[in-house]
Design a protein around this ligand. Sequence first.
Ligand SMILES: [Fe+2]
Ligand SMILES: [Fe+2]
Length: 390
Amino acid sequence: MRNEDTFTAGSTGTEDPISPHQEAERQWRRVLGRRSFLKGVGLAGAAAIPGSALLSGSAFASGGTLTQGDVAILRFLAAVELIESDLWQQYNELGGVNGGNSAYMAALSNLDGDMPQYIADNTDDELSHAAFLNAYLRSKGARAVHLDRFRTLPSSKATGAKQIGRLTNLQSLDVDTSWYVRYRSTNNPDLGATFRQAVNIRREPGIPLNDTDTPPNLPAPVPPVGAQETRMQAIANTAGFHFAYIEQGGSSLYSIMALKASNLEVLRIIVSIGGVETNHFSLWHDKAGNAVAQPLAGVTDPETGVTFPDLNARGGQLNQTNLILPEPCQFLDPGLPRCSIVRPTLDELGGAVATIASFTADRLFEGQSPRFFKVINELAAEADAAARSR
Ligand SMILES: [Fe+2]
Ligand SMILES: [Fe+2]
């Protein structure tokens, strides 16, 4: 099964397996190489290159036409929205307002009584994003994105989950929680700052796995009492942090893609959807904080040992759970006044390739085929290579 975690080197036909990280690196080098090629193509240079060889630097947008870069951006965003839709549907089946697992819903509701409603609404939003982007691509004569052939990962066996193939795996997540510190800090990753994890979430499910592990009729007292109740609460807490992780990624990704769009209508689509990703992040940021504040704080999963400490007890701005709005931070130049912003907005930190690398590190694609990684990383590299043309 370990072979499924590796890649074969795409078009060369060689069989050397490389890691997801190496694949991301490879794609990133491709982006950089392609960028410097495009930069080097001035007017004189362009005349020397056959028309078919000119990529996104050639057919600049005018009126309703899209550049190849615009199409690449929209196709990658469509893919990401299909991925988001897939993971949100799994959360929604079990924990949404019409969800099928009452113990999971009860544990989620300990973060906020409206969690099931918010989960259902976030799911609807992602489905709408994916459907719109693909329909728009088609309306412009461009190819829509389909990932159905990669819906091969198993569903949860817990009551409420449909038994269908999935694109994403929520059953053993490594959730990057550095966003929690990053958005409380006055430092900016685009200017080199790095951030520790707020909570160490390793190999923890975001959804219940089966009814033996966590029966669907468990009560959800606060704080939890009993091993199964505690595990279910740890799973729900993980979901809370995972929701915010996913949506902060979307906030950066859309901001970064906006800087690459050439056609004004494409820019309108990107900023209009991107604003909603940020809206989602803000909501989940608030809810995740309740997992690490009293009276719920202190849950430790008896299976994995993952702990949700009382962050307020640590003191300081980088921990305080109700500081959910972005702290003003350095922006562009440390000499300028601090500014409350989405961050990061550099390609290498939050662009398309970086987003897929982060999702891979999240173990969101655990079990996916080498072909899946090849397809998604190629879409990502194309999107990152797009450049605003006027
Ligand atoms: Fe979305
Ligand atoms: Fe989203």
